[in-house]
Ligand binder design. Structure first.
Ligand code: F3S
Length: 421
């Protein structure tokens, strides 16, 4: 790959080991993907939840790191500043309610130490999987290096910003260097439709948009779907659509005519491409997705989970209205996940109080799936789960073999109050 003078100095190690390794990593990434140049980026979204995990992105790889190795690495990275605005995906705990979630003190201390190092490094520890609605909002044409399968998809599809689906490692390298290899969705020629999705049924609830996302990812795989006969989504419907596509798929971008900035019409979305396939999403197709995602849901429920991706303040307001004066069943748990900044607003506005008075928990900064995959020892009972998120349902079912109900947020709240279906 072509390097400028500064990059050659970095590669020679003149600006420290961390930057040298970050550039080596990006050169490998770009070379593998056929890029010849780097381009500047305006922002990165990465993960930075525990130093032992972050350290694995840098050599020596594949060896057991000692505490001394991790301390040395932490000191080095704390002295290196990111070059662009950098936000992070959810961590593995709620920093305020970690004990209620069953996390142990060692995990809490490790996250807090990581937060401190990240702050020194200039990383904004937002712990949110909807940064594009809150803290990190790129505009049309901005080049970014974003990880998180739903977030990069949202900014490409609905904001017209440009990011490949970067890994946590490459997005961190890009954050430190302010560049990314120029390939894939950074190039005009790759931002066009490959497959057509013809909508022949009504989408009535948020979970219906999740079902459509699941269907789309499953059918289109790695292509770019263009939608026909799809009504204009609200922002929260768009969030659910993008969140679910990449549970079964690896879709880089969606094109919704008259909604996506780069798709004023269906023809413009395809830019001359002939669709490889047309898939029809009708009532039977929608039913099939629900049948697949719902797995023996009848009976009592252990956990009702809302907030994948994280709930916005508007959604939390809606939830608090629905829960006002009502109570979650004795043996059920209701968890609503968001970020700390949104929870702080919900606390100020009184929504958090209503939710907690009903027996629900407004959790922040985490992700049920990430937490319980990483720390299974303290996992509370979750044999029977209800969620309004097809993405979370897919992940929970795959990881824990739980029985699952997926449906509207309203229905999920009723299940929490009744204690089951
Ligand atoms: Fe966010 Fe976790 Fe869902 S990171 S999108 S809540 S799987």
């Amino acid at each position: 790959m072509r390097l400028n003078e500064e990059q050659r100095e970095i590669l020679d190690g003149k600006k420290g080991g961390i930057l040298q390794e970050a550039l080596r990593g990006l050169i490998k990434y770009g070379t593998a993907m056929g890029a010849e140049d780097f381009i500047p980026i305006s922002s990165a979204h990465t993960a930075f939840s525990a130093m032992d995990v972050v350290a694995l992105a840098f050599p020596p790889r594949g060896v057991q790191l000692t505490k001394q190795d991790i301390d040395k690495f932490s000191q080095e990275i704390a002295n290196t500043q990111v070059r662009v605005k950098t936000t992070v995906n959810p961590a593995i705990i709620d920093r305020k309610k970690w004990q209620q979630m069953g996390a142990d003190e060692a995990t809490y201390n490790s996250v807090m130490r990581t937060v401190d190092i990240a702050r020194k490094c200039g990383i904004m520890m937002t712990f949110s999987c909807i940064p594009y609605l809150t803290d990190n909002i790129p505009l049309m044409g901005e080049h970014c290096a974003w990880a998180e399968s739903s977030a990069h998809l949202y900014i490409n599809s609905f904001l017209g910003a440009r990011s490949n689906r970067d890994s946590y490692e490459t997005s961190l390298y890009s954050a430190l260097l302010g560049i990314t290899p120029d390939f894939g969705l950074h190039l005009d020629r790759n931002r066009k439709g490959t497959d057509l999705i013809d909508i022949q049924c009504k989408l009535e609830s948020i979970s219906d948009w999740g079902a459509l996302g699941y269907f789309t990812g499953d059918r289109v795989g790695l292509g770019i779907p263009v939608f026909k006969n799809l009504r204009r989504p609200t922002a929260k419907e768009a969030v659910q659509l993008t969140a679910t596509c990449n549970s079964p798929g690896g879709i880089p971008m969606l094109l919704l005519p008259e909604v996506s900035p780069e798709a004023p019409t269906i023809d413009a979305a395809f830019k001359g491409n002939i669709p490889r396939n047309t898939y029809v999403f009708d009532e039977p197709a929608k039913r099939k997705v629900y049948q697949y995602l719902n797995h023996q849901p009848e009976g009592r429920v252990d956990l009702v989970f809302l907030g994948c991706p994280h709930k916005t303040l508007c959604e939390i307001e809606e939830i608090s209205r629905m829960l006002e004066g009502r109570h979650v069943a004795k043996d059920a748990r209701l968890w609503i996940e968001t970020s700390s900044s949104i929870r702080a607003s919900a606390e100020q506005l009184g929504y958090a109080e209503v939710i907690e008075a009903s027996g629900g928990e407004l959790l922040a900064d985490g992700c049920v799936l990430l937490y319980y995959v990483n720390a299974p020892a303290k996992r509370p009972k979750m044999d029977r789960v209800a969620s309004d998120s097809a993405k979370q349902a897919f992940g929970i079912r795959r990881s824990f073999h739980s029985n699952i109900f997926v449906g509207d947020m309203e229905r999920c709240l009723e299940i929490a109050i009744k204690g089951g279906i």
